[in-house]
Design a protein around this ligand. Structure first.
Ligand SMILES: CC(C)(COP(=O)(O)OP(=O)(O)OC[C@H]1O[C@@H](n2cnc3c(N)ncnc32)[C@H](O)[C@@H]1OP(=O)(O)O)[C@@H](O)C(=O)NCCC(=O)NCCS
Length: 178
């Protein structure tokens, strides 16, 4: 479990796999930049995914909850961790639209970043972001990630090919930050 002043990150529980979570994944505003939009979503599919991933130590997966009331507002995943390279991808979504623009994504990224470098001793974190997803890019940049490259026409989105920004942060740069 990871905690900041406003957020609690904890393991996903069976009770989280509910209609609210399903509505996030089926909301075009939320899933527009998520790979999950290609999968048929149902409560059964959520449960099957949870069963497959719950004990996977190579992809720690957290529910992002408001510390004050415990409400689940999104998820964040570190992984897959490449232990031989001590490197992992970081990805997230804030499903509750009413919670966008309040700094929760940046706060969740910072929590997992500090845990990954400080506790897991990873040496590099990466994020892949569809070009145009300015909110996500900004949230990662606020946490010290920098653009390392652009993969040209890497994905299909709404019938168009889009670039993907690759952002990264090394442990050494993180450890220098104030
Ligand atoms: C992208 C997402 C994670 C951002 O979450 P959030 O909690 O609203 O982000 P934050 O509040 O931490 O905002 C981070 C920064 O981005 C800015 N920002 C947020 N949304 C933005 C947008 N649509 N356009 C431009 N800037 C935006 C914020 O103003 C803030 O910058 P500031 O502090 O300099 O003002 C959230 O909108 C989301 O989950 N979207 C759907 C799924 C998704 O895209 N996930 C990421 C896949 S890589």
């Amino acid at each position: 479990m990871l905690q900041s002043s406003r957020l609690l990150l904890r393991a996903l529980e069976p009770g989280d796999l509910n209609d609210t979570y399903l509505s996030w994944l089926n909301n075009p505003a939320v899933n527009r930049y998520l790979e999950t939009r290609f999968l048929p979503q149902s409560l059964e599919a959520l449960q099957a995914y949870w069963q497959d991933h719950r004990d996977n130590s190579s992809s720690p997966w957290f529910a992002i909850c408001l510390a004050s009331e415990g409400r689940h507002i999104g998820n964040i995943k570190l992984g897959p961790i490449q232990w031989l390279h001590r490197r992992a991808d970081l990805s997230l979504f804030i499903g509750e639209r009413g919670c966008w623009g309040q700094g929760y994504a940046s706060e969740a990224i910072a929590l997992v970043r500090d845990w990954a470098f400080g506790e897991l001793d990873l040496q590099k974190l990466n994020a892949g972001i569809y070009a145009g997803n300015l909110g996500s890019r900004r949230a990662f940049e606020k946490c010290g990630f920098e653009l390392e490259g652009t993969l040209r026409q890497e994905v299909v989105s709404a019938g168009q090919r889009l670039d993907v920004w690759r952002l990264g942060l090394t442990r050494s740069r993180w450890s220098l930050s104030p």
